[in-house]
Design a protein around this ligand. Structure first.
Ligand code: ADP
Length: 495
């Protein structure tokens, strides 16, 4: 094995010391146990050689002790013999203890090396997964965090974390979330979870997810261990997905309305143009000095025929809309509401609105088109959200909520969407479902009209419910699947 210059020097020193002791022991007549000094040789050998070298040194020292005695003394029962035995015992014991010490040191070195390796491994996995670990004591105790946490918080690795620093970095709009997590820790709750935003000094925003578990309790102090993840990338991906979903939903609504309007305009325009032409002709026949009543009558007949044609066109379009692409099947309204809630959840959270589902258990199934009914619910939820949004500054709206509830009433499943917005005036409530009625700058006024035609087509009813307090409630009913099937069969018989 490669030996460094200093360990070579030490080895040379050990050899010289050994020779010096041997010379004094073998060739001087001093009446003391000189050989005991070999103990020093063995101890010095531990810093110059490996365990094998130390063992050989011990053996060599014992051999030299016995050799020196054999050279100078021949009386086995004399006191020099006793000194020789004492020296041999001292050298042997020192060698054994030195070897044991070296073994323990080696084990310790190995352990600290593997600890260093696993720390490096942990640090690199924390860096790759953008997950850090931390420890803190509550109330208001010391904090410790891994290097990755310092990186997430954008502070120097040498900076000692404090609650103040964490608060400083938290996005001002999320300080209340942090405060409630700290309150939970101060109460010693077993698990704490927090999703919030950090605002970096350069203005960038990071989304983090923190989970902490109570690890120990001593004398009113709670020790928490936890992990902090930088979930900005996942959050951005989810946001992009959500934006695409919202755009798609909007595009579908606009396209459907646009297509419907274009086809109505096209189909109805022709008979209307004919009505106008015939009306003018009729006026001309009547305005003559001698009115031609026969021609006027013929023109009026054509007007009536064109009016019938226009009304036929409308009927056809309505029939088409009724046939539509609707996929009727038995539906669990509660499941539909849960699915829809998950679609709009993010949009509502972005507007700081809490969505509460109060769903009656064991509701019977309804017969319907899941996509259409989902459109109805989304429309009602979006209207509720926009109503709340327009009801004052954000700081006043912290605890706004929309409650979606279901119940069974007179064999019908009722869905209610109640919000805490400004509510509806009586005049408004009367016009709500009219096509093109809107109070919004960019509104189309078709949402509730479409909702009504969908609910009507399902054999149900939609209405605005009068409220005692603030806010508005829109409710719709749907007949249960069995009732709808019986009504369908009866309609078939009647036809
Ligand atoms: P739009 O949303 O395009 O205005 P809608 O037909 O969906 O069209 O809504 C018509 C009008 O009904 C809205 O402009 C609004 O004035 C009123 N409205 C609907 N839902 C609510 C509600 N939850 N609270 C208050 N007003 C509402």
């Amino acid at each position: 094995m490669f030996q460094s210059p200093s360990s070579n020097l030490r080895a040379a020193g050990v050899v010289l010391l050994t020779l010096a002791i041997f010379v004094v022991d073998a060739f001087t007549a001093l009446d003391i146990a000189i050989a005991v000094l070999y103990v020093v040789v063995v101890l010095c050998a531990t810093s110059a050689w490996s365990r094998r070298g130390v063992l050989l040194t011990g053996v060599a020292c014992v051999t030299l002790t016995v050799g020196a005695f054999a050279l100078t003394h021949h009386d086995l029962a004399s006191s020099p013999m006793a000194r020789c035995l004492v020296s041999v015992a001292a050298i042997s014991i020192t060698t054994v203890l030195a070897l044991a010490g070296m073994a323990a040191t080696d084990a310790l070195r190995q352990r600290s090396e593997s600890l260093r390796l696993s720390e490096a491994f942990l640090a690199s996995t924390q860096r790759i997964s953008r997950t850090s670990s931390f420890r803190f004591q509550a109330p208001g105790g010391a904090m410790y965090w891994s290097d990755e946490a310092a990186r997430i918080y954008g502070v120097d690795l040498a900076v000692t974390p404090t609650q103040e620093l964490v608060r400083e970095r938290t996005h001002p709009d999320d300080l209340h979330l942090l405060a409630s997590a700290i309150e939970q820790a101060d109460r010693g709750e077993p698990a704490i979870e927090l999703r919030h935003r950090l605002r970096m000094p350069d203005g960038t925003v990071k989304h983090v997810h923190m989970i902490a578990h109570l690890a120990a309790v001593h004398g009113g102090q709670f020790d928490y261990l936890g992990a902090l993840m930088d979930v900005s990338a996942a959050h951005e991906a989810a946001e992009a997905l959500h934006r695409t979903q919202a755009q798609l939903a909007h595009a579908t609504r606009v396209t459907t309305l646009g297509e419907l309007a274009a086809s109505i305009a096209h189909e109805v325009n022709q008979p209307l143009a004919a009505v106008s032409t015939n009306g003018n002709a009729c006026l001309r026949w009547l305005d003559r000095p001698e009115p031609d009543l026969l021609e006027a009558r013929l023109a009026l007949d054509r007007i009536l025929a064109d009016t019938c044609r226009a009304s036929e066109v409308i009927k056809r379009i309505r029939a088409l809309a009724r046939k539509g692409e609707a996929q009727r099947m038995p539906l669990d309204v509660n499941a539909l509401l849960r699915d829809t809630a998950s679609l709009v959840q993010r949009e509502l959270s972005n507007h700081r609105i809490v969505l509460e589902l109060r769903l009656a258990p064991l509701l019977p199934l309804v017969e319907g088109d899941a996509v259409q009914l989902q459109q109805v619910v989304i429309n009602l939820l979006m209207n509720a959200m926009q109503a709340i949004d327009g009801s004052g500054p954000e700081w006043l709206r912290r605890r706004q909520r929309i409650v979606v509830s279901t119940c069974l009433q007179d064999g019908q499943v009722t869905v209610e969407v109640a919000d805490s917005g400004p509510g509806l005036s009586e005049a408004q409530a009367g016009r709500l479902f009219e096509a093109f009625y809107t109070t919004k700058e960019d509104g189309m006024g078709m949402g509730l009209a479409i909702c009504r035609s969908i609910v009507d087509a399902h054999g149900g009813r939609i209405r605005a419910v009068a409220h005692d307090g603030p806010g508005a409630t829109l409710a719709f009913t749907l007949p249960c699947a069995a009732v709808a099937a019986r009504a369908g069969a009866a309609a078939g018989v009647a036809a």
